[in-house]
Design a protein around this ligand. Structure first.
Ligand code: PEP
Ligand code: MN
Length: 360
């Protein structure tokens, strides 16, 4: 065979490869459209009878040189790949980056969370009294903090521990925040309280222990308030994302994800802060991600490097617990910063360029 003929055959082969590629992708597009119609009807996507029908038409049409078995094998591979394509599409959740490339910005009053400078969410673990909230809020506002936290429904390990002030706590939090021109966030634990809470709160928190309370997630998806969704104590990143999808699937796309540490064998910290979850969540999803540096570590002495680490890996905000008298706090006494400690932390973060100098 002449060299010219060899080169010509090769270039023909390259062309045929490109034709096959085009035809394969045209087929994939048709499969996707059929898959969409099927998903609307709840029909199973894998359809062995339809596969057999297609092969029954193909085999008699085969003129070779490939034997029938090879054709059967090749088309089975194509069918398989098509199913894989549909599975991939199914994975492209509403909250996924695949669906939306730009960052979601959750606007809470004057505060934009996501895609910009990190925000600070602070306040006591529990709302204990109007006086306590006033003392904390006025200090935080002076530091430029806009988003005030405080638990009113406390999911405590022991039933004998302080359970929170309930609706009265929400009222105190809300009134305090309003008085200072701040916005507020608090945890809701029962689906039936979600609507009521909208009256008092600017952000509804779903806590770690309730991350997979699916009825609560559905209730949170049905209101038009931003939701702060915390990662479960032993939840994987995927489970957190699916929990967020529960909320988004009901029409509420204003979701802030929160890494708050997970259960491991390590006892030096209250939980193990999964710092790698932050860039992974931001890669997988367009939602903002904040890091709770209080509950993840349970320690005040390492709060500065942990805060820096969280911001360095791209956190859109930090949750820091603060109390006017941590020693007598009714919950999480050990991890709450007192007010001067909070100011020191803010100054250190500002001086080292981790936070903007100006008030938020
Ligand atoms: C909280 O933020 O008040 C809280 C209880 O945190 P977590 O759900 O992360 O334990
Ligand atoms: Mn707490």
């Amino acid at each position: 065979m002449s060299k010219e003929r060899f080169e010509e055959l090769r270039s023909q082969l390259d062309e045929v490869n490109l034709e096959i590629l085009e035809v394969l992708n045209r087929r994939a597009e048709l499969v996707s459209e059929i898959g969409l119609l099927k998903s609307g009807k709840g029909t199973e996507r894998f359809d062995p009878i339809r596969e057999k029908e297609m092969l029954d038409k193909l085999i008699p049409a085969n003129k070779g040189p490939f034997p029938d078995d090879t054709i059967r094998h090749l088309f089975k591979q194509i069918f398989q790949a098509s199913l894989g394509l549909l599975e991939e599409e199914k994975k492209s959740l509403l909250i996924s980056r695949k669906n939306q490339s730009q960052d979601t910005i959750v606007q809470v009053g004057p505060l934009a969370i996501g895609g910009g400078d990190p925000v600070i969410i602070s306040g006591p673990c529990s709302v204990e009294s109007a006086g306590q909230m006033e003392a904390v809020a006025s200090h935080l506002k002076n530091e430029g903090i806009m988003l005030l936290r405080g638990g009113a429904y406390k999911p405590r390990t022991s039933p004998y521990d302080f359970q929170g002030l309930g609706k009265e706590g929400l009222k105190i939090l809300s009134e305090t925040a309003k008085r200072h021109g701040m916005v507020c966030v608090s945890e809701i634990v029962a689906p039936e309280d979600v609507e009521m809470a909208c009256e008092y709160l600017d952000v509804i928190q779903i806590g770690a222990r309730n991350m997979q309370n699916f009825e609560l997630l559905k209730a949170a998806g049905s209101v038009r308030k931003p939701i702060l969704l915390k990662r479960g104590l032993s939840a994987t990143i995927e489970e957190l994302l699916y929990a967020a999808e529960y909320i988004a699937s009901r029409g509420n796309d204003q979701i802030i994800l929160c890494e708050r540490g997970i259960r491991t064998y390590e006892k030096a910290t209250r939980n193990t802060l999964d710092i790698s979850a932050v860039p992974i969540l931001k890669q997988e999803s367009h939602l903002p991600v904040v890091v709770d540096i209080a509950h993840s570590t349970g320690r005040k002495d390492i709060i500065l490097p942990i805060a820096k680490a969280a911001i360095a890996v791209g956190a859109d905000g930090l949750i820091v617990e603060t109390h006017n008298e941590p020693a007598v706090a009714l919950s999480d006494a050990k991890q709450q910063l007192d007010l001067p400690q909070f100011s020191t932390l803010m100054n250190q973060l500002r001086q080292s360029g981790f936070l903007k100098d100006a008030v938020q």
